[in-house]
Write a protein that binds this ligand. Structure first.
Ligand code: NA7
Length: 543
């Protein structure tokens, strides 16, 4: 993949749109604006290659937990049929190859500027244009600014005293060195047991001399049962583009499986156990689809939680370690539910130890290792699988200032507020692909991305057709949408997980607001379609 910037096809001053980020969202947004609307658009990308999340997250074991045939664009039948995934869940290098294939196939690279981080963006009301400043000091202007920065792209490195004096090496999983890390013969500390830590631990344990996992919040996990895809399945995928797309667009979470239309209470305890066993044997995120009420009825959820905790106690041989791993304080799937390849069995290895940092918190990092209230753990390498300043972090670090110089950081001081996750009052001509207030991370991301990008494209097409130059959501629409986002979250068990990044709880000082829209992707699509059908109700246009 080329790591150099091609000469841009459009002079900066003539741009219609600047898109920030060359991941799944940015690539498709460029294609839509340039090739469907004939606009002059440029993507600014901080990384040295395209791929977004999959460019940065190269840690050991990095893999998507959406099934591969659903983790791709569906807008092009030809693209869908041309690409063939090798495993049930795609590994990071394969996803990166896919996104590079997309960039080449649609000739997108000529309008992508790599190594170009955006550090400021200001709306100029006199011209109705955005002035975008890069880290290199260049300023570009465009009528529209579209952020395609992803939800999980701002690494959260915990502010633990002493890190700068650590004598070994440390890494955050979201900023992994491209040359990889050699764990052979090393004492490795892994901080964090979210999806990332749970993926990385078994792989690191294979080569490290010793792996110590520092767990603050115990987590559920369901086996992924990853495996190579059979020729027969690959053929079925190619032959069923329309049906796969239809199912993904009809489900609340954008996955290619349907949530069973039965309650936990419709079956006997023995039948329930058998259904959970079957779901466990099948593996993956489909476990959530066993019953329709797992995320809305705490007592129903408890039955799944107890099943999963019992599995941990069965797998993990040391009872004290099993007890710590199974001491889970939140409903199943109220935090992002990880799936794994032998995570719990990893604790049966002689070279793996679990440290409970809820019971004995990390106090500091010494030159020799991590010091908890229970003592020092000597380490050569620390891996922070500590997640991200999710959803708002990637937007706020762009230094966005709307009309009258109002900072997005100030507008969102008490938490994110917008309409349909896509526009903020006071920030005309700014669109945020999969912003907070949209389903995004509660959905299979490519499905959410295609919907948001297509909605934005249709809105801009309407403006161009009518000769309009400015669009801005209204305060009233924003108030109404924020109320809907809050109501959707309150109708579920999701806000009950106190330590969840959905709530911003993982970043000290961040406002605790449930950020994604929990009303389901299919419902969200209907709402967005209705708004468009009512001539973009809640959005004000002018020439
Ligand atoms: P997550 O899900 O935010 O997990 C981060 C983990 O790191 C979680 O276990 C945290 O514990 C832990 N953490 C964070 N800060 C600390 C400190 N200071 N000390 C100890 N432990 C800490 O991030 P992931 O990268 O695993 O996953 C992010 C998403 O990527 C995932 O959900 C998928 O959507 C893809 P906590 O739970 O906060 O107590």
């Amino acid at each position: 993949m080329p790591d150099v910037n091609p000469a841009p096809t459009t002079a900066a001053a003539e741009l219609d749109a600047i898109i920030v980020g060359a991941g799944f969202s940015g690539l498709y947004q460029l294609l839509c604006l340039r090739d469907r609307l004939g606009m002059k658009a440029t993507v600014l990308e901080a990384g040295a290659g395209v791929g977004g999340t999959w460019y940065w997250n190269r840690y050991p074991g990095a893999r998507c937990d959406s099934e591969s045939h659903s983790y791709n664009y569906t807008f092009s039948k030809e693209l869908f049929e041309a690409w063939e995934w090798s495993e049930r869940y795609p590994q990071q290098p394969e996803i990166l190859r896919y996104l590079n294939h997309v960039a080449d196939r649609f000739d997108l690279r000529r309008d992508i500027r790599l190594n170009t981080a955006v550090v400021a963006a200001r709306f100029d009301a006199a011209t109705n244009r955005w002035l975008v400043t890069t880290a290199g000091g260049e300023t570009l202007t465009a009528q529209f600014l579209i952020t395609a920065v992803g939800c999980l792209s701002t690494a959260n490195v915990p502010n633990i005293p002493g890190l700068e004096g650590f004598a070994g090496a440390w890494y955050h999983t979201g900023q992994w060195p491209h040359e990889g890390v050699d764990f052979a013969g090393k004492r490795v500390g892994l901080v964090g047991t979210g999806s990332t830590g749970i993926q990385a631990a078994p792989v690191i344990a294979e080569t490290a001399a010793h792996l110590t996992v520092f767990q603050r919040t115990a987590n559920y996990s369901v086996p992924a049962h990853n495996a190579p895809l059979s020729a027969e399945f690959k053929q079925w995928v190619k032959a069923n583009h329309a049906e796969i797309r239809r199912v993904m667009q009809s489900t609340p979470n954008g996955h290619p499986f349907v949530i069973a239309d039965r309650s936990v209470w419709d079956v006997t305890p023995a039948e329930r156990e058998a259904l959970y066993e079957a779901a466990w044997a099948k593996g993956g995120l489909q476990f959530r689809a066993t019953f329709r009420d797992l995320l809305v009825d705490k007592a129903a959820n408890d039955t799944a939680a107890e099943f999963l905790k019992a599995k941990i106690r069965q797998i993990v041989q040391d009872p004290a370690t099993a007890a710590k791993l199974a001491d889970i304080d939140h409903p199943y799937a109220a935090k992002r539910p990880p799936i794994d390849d032998d995570y719990f069995a990893t604790f049966n290895r002689p070279n793996v130890t679990l440290v409970d940092v809820r019971a004995a918190p990390i106090q500091r990092i010494s030159p020799a290792g991590i010091v908890t209230a229970a003592g020092e753990v000597p380490l050569d390498i620390i891996v922070f699988a500590t997640g991200f300043d999710a959803m708002t972090g990637p937007l706020l670090r762009l230094g966005i200032e709307g009309e009258g110089g109002r900072k997005l950081a100030d507008a969102w001081a008490a938490g994110p507020r917008n309409t349909l996750g896509v526009q903020v009052a006071g920030f005309p001509n700014l669109f945020t692909v999969t912003g907070p207030g949209s389903p995004s991370v509660l959905c299979n991301m490519p499905v959410a991305i295609e919907q948001h990008v297509e909605w934005i494209t249709a809105c801009i097409a309407r403006m161009r057709a009518k000769g309009l130059t400015r669009v801005e959501t209204t305060e009233a629409a924003m108030d109404a949408w924020v109320a809907q986002v809050n109501a959707a979250a309150s109708a579920t068990l999701l806000p009950q997980a106190q330590h969840s990044w959905y709530l911003g709880a993982n970043v000290p000082g961040k406002p605790r607001v449930f950020m994604p829209y929990a009303g389901g992707m299919a419902h969200f699509r209907r709402i967005c379609d209705e708004v468009a059908a009512k001539d973009y109700e809640g959005f004000a246009f002018s020439a």
